[in-house]
Design a protein around this ligand. Sequence first.
Ligand SMILES: [Zn+2]
Length: 276
Amino acid sequence: MEAAGTEAAEAEAAEAETAEAEEAQESGGVPPGAGGRWGSVVGVGVAAPGPLDHVRGVLRHVTGVPQLAGFPLRDALARRLGLPVVVDKDTDAAALGLALRGKESLAYIHLGTGLGAGLVLDGRIHRGGRNGAGEFGHQVVQLDGPPCRCGRNGCLEALCMDAVRRGRTDEAARILGVGAANLVSLLGVDRVLLGGRTILSAPDAYVDGVAAQLRAVVGAVGAVGAAGAASNGAGGGRAVRVELAPEGTRTVADGAAQLVLAPLFGRAPGAPADGG
Ligand SMILES: [Zn+2]
């Protein structure tokens, strides 16, 4: 038994999904070999850029790709693939996959072409009432700062992406650390897990930079770099751990597969199946 996890962590990927779906429609609405071709595949989990309505699987105003707003991605794919489809935000899918590993509280921070976070509190995904609890990148950290593509100014994402564009990884990591420290201070999470292609391009710099910022704010911090070696002293029993998300580039895709698999096995902390 398996599920196909799809990471559409970036907007381009979401467009690819749409294009695929349109291709299927052109072939008569039935994918080649539907009903037999999929074998033991029980469903498709799609992790797409937020914000989106995870209950109905409808995309909202994805920053940078306004034309996708309102697109019913779940229903479109389900109709054309002939399989059950679950759509969730990329960061929440990753958080789901990570939540299944334990009962702790953690923040998964994803830095790719944008910045987002998924929250797990006491082993359950925390979405907030409006599914926006993970809009981590759009916390304003500099009043009257540079414009953000969300329309506000001085968002964490705008500052961080600007540093990335200028090749200033140290500065980007420090900015990320400020945001992570805000999360840890507010929510008391035990672990900060970093993922996404930008972080994976310089994993140790990001882990160390975020850990340094956290250490300045919350004290005891243990950082685990790309080689898996702890650095900077792991601190006391309540030290916050900063480390790379365990599956590297697969964190989000594995989480997407769990969108389908976890409810089948009665393990859906905060997943759509128990949320209506
Ligand atoms: Zn913003």
